[in-house]
Design a binder for this molecule. Sequence first.
Ligand code: GDP
Ligand code: MN
Length: 382
Amino acid sequence: MRLHEFQAKQIFSQYGIKIARGKLARNIEDVKKIAEELGGKVVLKSQVLVGGRGKAGGIKLANSVEEAVEIAKNMFGMTIKGHRVDKIYVEEQLNIIKEMYVGLTLDRANKGFALIVSSVGGMDIEEIAIKHPEKIASVTINPIFGLWDYQIREVLYLSKIPREYHKELTKIIKSLYKILVDYEAELTEINPLAIDENGEIIAVDARLNIDENALYRHPELKDLKDYTEVDEIERLAEEKGLNYVKLDGDIGVIANGAGMSMATMDLIYLEGGKPANFLDVGGGASSEAVKNAINIIAMDKNVKVIFMNIFGGITRCDEVAKGLIEAFDESKISIPLVLRLAGTNEDEGKELIEEFVKRSDAKIIVVETMEEGAKKAVELSK
Ligand code: GDP
Ligand code: MN
């Protein structure tokens, strides 16, 4: 779960990292009031959960209250990489002398965290790595031992950050590491970390991504999740306890088990089609879960056909069939569905489906193998 800049800054600030004064605006009147409070010279920062807002026109400097209001009029409602702007963070303007980069991220390959520091910032870390490889340094932190002072000294030295800033940067890096651990984050990043005209080191941007699987241990963070940012369908799927990820194809996918779902998507690609989603109903799925899954996929306007691929182990095929029939019955689903149903209680399940197809006008096509199913689904999607 990615937090907004204004949310992350709140947390960073509680850990002693300096941020500029600012407030969140939800409408033009808010912008006017906040800009007045801050003395007119402000930065308007669109709060959308994507990077590179600056380049996309989502970060603008204003030198008066009037200018701030004019900018806000354009900014509210604009879309940045598919995300609509409905919140603007208004901050006092800083006179930035130098921009640096500090980030901590999960480093699976090295079984630890990576601390990355660069004496240049403001652009993506990937871009820094290409353009200024000599000004970037990283070190792996073993989570059992934690972050050692010598590791901080090493990256600060190697990234060629002037010595006068080392003391302050050490504090900031330690705070960031503490945030990473306390919040069970996958990423904490300040880009740019700026030095202003008074020589103060200030977090101009803030990024905090929290491990979704740890969210249950941080109930206070759940409220920070911004559902206007998440696809409405994803939100509903989460509410129903389904593992759903929206994709941009037109073949709805339902399978049981993550591996099975991935294999189903691979087959669709192999046949020249594109999956509209990933959806794993889980092992031992109830008819209720299957019904919810079909209803959720049917909400996606791009879906032309659904491919349901079930291998019953703990999952019982008759239970799956019941859920499928209920969904088609109650929601009057008109999208064709290709069904591969194999394993436990397969015959009972198929019988139920056969009987249902006879007495309704549901377009359910039963196939024997998943290869056959993928082929049929792709054919129907064209
Ligand atoms: P991002 O593009 O989504 O990463 O958004 P950032 O918050 O990093 O802002 C992009 C850029 O805007 C920064 O790299 C800064 O150069 C610039 N910026 C942001 N706030 C200020 C400010 O207060 N003063 C000045 N001069 N520039 C700012
Ligand atoms: Mn940034």
